[in-house]
Every structure is written in structure tokens, then in C-alpha cells.
Design a protein around this ligand. Sequence first.
Ligand code: SAH
Length: 249
Amino acid sequence: MTSKATIWRATVLTLFPEMFPGPLGVSLAGKALAAGLWALEARDIRDSATDRHRSVDDTPAGGGPGMVLRADVLADAIDAADAATDRPRDRPRLLMSPRGQPLTQAKAVELAAGPGPLIVCGRFEGVDQRVIDARRLEEVSIGDYVLSGGEIAAMALIDACVRLLPGVMGKLASGADESFSDGLLEYPHYTRPQEFEGQPIPEILLSGDHARVAAWRKAAAEALTRARRPDLLIASTRGQKPPKNTTEG
Ligand code: SAH
């Protein structure tokens, strides 16, 4: 039995808690959420506002467009989330941010293996730098483009983690064949009908010969990765020992 305290839990700090669970409430993640395999807590940053207008942002020091999330309000929201939880104090504290380290499958695996992160969603122009430093927020990006807020990015990160949790994907739980897990993109999939608009399923896949199927899939994954993401091949060979017959000098 998994006890309540050890269930993987994402705590999200946001100005729009009503966006959650959103897409995380359906399909695999949603069923697992309903089954208590993981937990989601969305907390309203605005609850930490102190003034009459419940303001959370202000104009940027030094001028420029837009508004910035206040350090004091956000720090209070983080501290309140920590005070209200039975989570370990050293759970990862993330800030969704286009300036952050890119989210990778390896990062999702690492986060899924822990207690679950606290995730701050920025809005407007972003967050006062002092709270990032003072609360040691680790900035994580979901790609080189700018969203209007961190919520969709947080959902992407949570989804990538949740599908790795034990029991969530059933038999597929290891995800060992999937894109990125071995440094390669995944091979192409086929299912019925056997012929679609004149195109048959590659014959090997119907042969029942598991070794040949595995070899075909590996070759297909390598070809696809070479064509689309050669950077992944370079990354996966980096750090590997050179082959024995390599002559030096
Ligand atoms: N002015 C900022 C962008 C702010 S976008 C800049 O140029 O870096 C508003 C918020 O959306 C950010 O604080 C962040 O929480 C979220 N966000 C935007 N793009 C993102 C991305 N690619 N990855 C993760 N979060 C992102």
C-alpha cells in the first residue's frame, strides 16, 4: 500500500488555479489521479496578496512594458505551500520559464522518481529575480518559444512525469521503447487495416519473428533520428568509449 505521504504530488502555484486539473483530469493521467496514484494541488498565488486590491504584480523597475510578479507575494505563496504540506522540505522547486533548462525525458524520469515538485507558474513579464534567488527556484523551459503563462508548461511537465509513475501506464510502465529513452526517436507504428489506401504494413512486422521485428525497429528508429534529430545521435555517443580498434594520435 502506498501511504498518502508518499504519493507523488505536484503542487502548482498559479494565478489561475481553475485551469487545473484541466487536461490532466482526463485519459491516463486523469484516471490515475482519480485512482489516487498521484495528487495535484493548485494554489492561488493571489491568496498571498496583502493589499486591498489583492495585487500580485507591479511595474518593472527600470521601466519597460508589462508587469512583474512581486517577490514578497510569491515568496509568501511558496512558504504557505511549504507550511501546509507533509512533503519533504527538499522537494524540487521549479519555476516554469523560457530562460530555464530545457525539459527533457531524463528530467521527467528524475522528477517522477522523487516526491513530486512544487511548480511556480509565471505570468505577465515574469517574476522578480529576488524570489527566484531567495527560494532557490530551478527554472525549467518547455521550449524555445514564449507562452503567456507557466500553466500550460507546468501541465506538460506534470503529464510527462505522471505517465512514468508506477501503475499509471499499466504494462507500458517502463516506456523503455519510447522516443528519447535510448537516445533515439521511436520507430513508426502500424495497426489494422493491413492495407490502407494501397499501402501495406511492412511485411517483417507481420512475420511473427521477434528478432527480425526488433532489428527492423532499431534500424527504423536510427534512420528516423538521423534524418530528423541528428543532435540526439551526437549526444548519445558523446561520453562513450571509442571503439577498440581506434588508433590514437
Ligand atoms: N518576459 C519573459 C517571458 C514571460 S512569459 C521572457 O522573455 O523570458 C510569462 C510566463 O510564462 C513566464 O514567467 C513563464 O512562467 C511562462 N512561460 C513562457 N514561456 C515558457 C516556456 N517556453 N517554458 C516554460 N514557461 C514558460
